[in-house]
Write a protein that binds this ligand. Structure first.
Ligand SMILES: [Zn+2]
Length: 369
């Protein structure tokens, strides 16, 4: 899906998607969600996930920027549904934010009571070729983006304790031209996979044991699986000799909530995780970006614009947990709408639609309410 980016055209749903030009957004997102859900649920995908899980039991969370290029499953050749993403503008998080704290607490509790270890990837991203393909959320300042990720490792260490045992946070850089990962040790050593493509699995194991001396062997083995996958992926990206992904904003959708894995398209959506108290402000910022996309001619004038709200529910449909997710989605919709109305009222014209729904975590299907 990320292979031929030079003309911003991507094959998806068997029809070309050109960023900034989708007119019927409702149809587009529902079709795409259905296709991706079918892929996620088919027997082969389920078996691959089940097998991967039994061989690599470590639960892995990735805190990352909302930038649509950061598809870690693709970059590490990991089956979809193994890595748990948390996305926000600029990859900026604070573990004290109420909703984030609650989610992470639950994730660690569920994982550890199942006997599984937890690996947390605190990520930042940049481009080796052009700083303006870096993180817009940090004004293309890679040092600031890296410092934010480093601070998250410190926070996680405070929360989950040292020495690292069941929960191990690490800082990871994502270089988006090669789609290559950079692993940072706590001592400030950086290990770029793009510069070490010929390292054998044995050499990698040795080097990672040196980078992360506190890491449990189980976590190390499962981390190395991602590392080897990324090594293969970088070779493919280089062999394809593709142009770096164009990052001129062309987003049409403001997506608020979680469960948007299926919407993984560069330049399609700005994703705001309502993790902190000031999330409506981020919705306003996203609204300003969409409006400027429109005003500055980066969108087809007839292209649709949308506010899409989704809650991710692990409970069965019809259960109180699911119903609660619906109520939360309605609440987030009201607040997000209010934020747009006060920041960018002119965006809310006839071409603007609002959809609210709940994504079933077991199928990835979006159920509109
Ligand atoms: Zn970013």
């Amino acid at each position: 899906m990320l292979d031929t980016m030079s003309d911003r055209t991507i094959e998806t749903n068997k029809e070309p998607y050109v960023a900034g030009s989708v007119r019927d957004l409702s149809k587009f997102i529902l079709d795409r969600n259905r296709t991706q859900s079918d892929e996620f649920c088919n027997a082969s995908a389920r078996l691959a996930r089940q097998q991967y899980r039994s061989v690599h039991p470590t639960e892995i969370a990735a805190l990352k920027c909302m930038d649509g290029r950061l598809n870690l499953s693709l970059m590490t050749e990991t089956p979809v549904g193994i890595l748990h993403p948390y996305r926000n503008i600029g990859g900026t998080f604070d573990m004290g934010w109420p909703f984030l704290a609650q989610l992470l607490k639950e994730w660690v509790y569920v994982s550890t009571t199942k006997g599984r270890d937890c690996l947390m990837l605190m990520t930042y991203h940049y481009s080796k070729g052009d700083s303006h393909r870096g993180c817009a959320g940090h004004n293309y300042d890679t040092d600031a983006a890296r410092a934010g990720a480093a601070e998250l490792v410190v926070q996680a260490a405070r929360v989950f304790g040292r020495p690292y045992r069941a929960v191990h946070p690490i800082m990871v850089g994502i270089e988006t031209d090669d789609e290559a990962l950079v692993f940072h040790s706590e001592e400030g050593e950086a290990f770029s996979l793009a510069d070490n493509l010929d390292m054998t699995p044995g050499m990698l194991a040795q080097h990672f044991a040196h980078l992360y001396p506190e890491m449990r062997e189980r976590i190390l083995i499962d981390l190395l699986e991602l590392v080897k996958g990324n090594q293969r992926h970088i070779k493919k990206v280089r062999a394809a000799n593709r142009m770096p992904i164009d990052l001129n904003h062309r987003e049409q959708i403001i997506a608020v909530g979680r469960g948007f894995d299926w919407l993984h398209l560069p330049n399609m959506a700005l994703i705001v995780g309502p993790y902190g108290l000031e999330w409506p402000k981020a919705v306003g910022t996203a609204g300003k970006i969409i409006l400027s996309n429109l005003k500055e001619g980066r969108l087809d004038p007839e292209a649709g614009r949308m506010l899409l709200i989704a809650k991710l529910a692990r409970e069965e449909r019809g259960s109180y947990g699911w119903n609660m997710a619906e109520e939360e989605a309605r609440f987030v919709t009201r607040e997000a709408h209010r934020a747009l109305l006060s920041t960018v009222p002119e965006l809310l014209d006839n071409n603007f639609t609002i959809h609210t729904g709940v994504v079933d975590a077991s199928t990835r299907l979006l159920h509109l309410i």
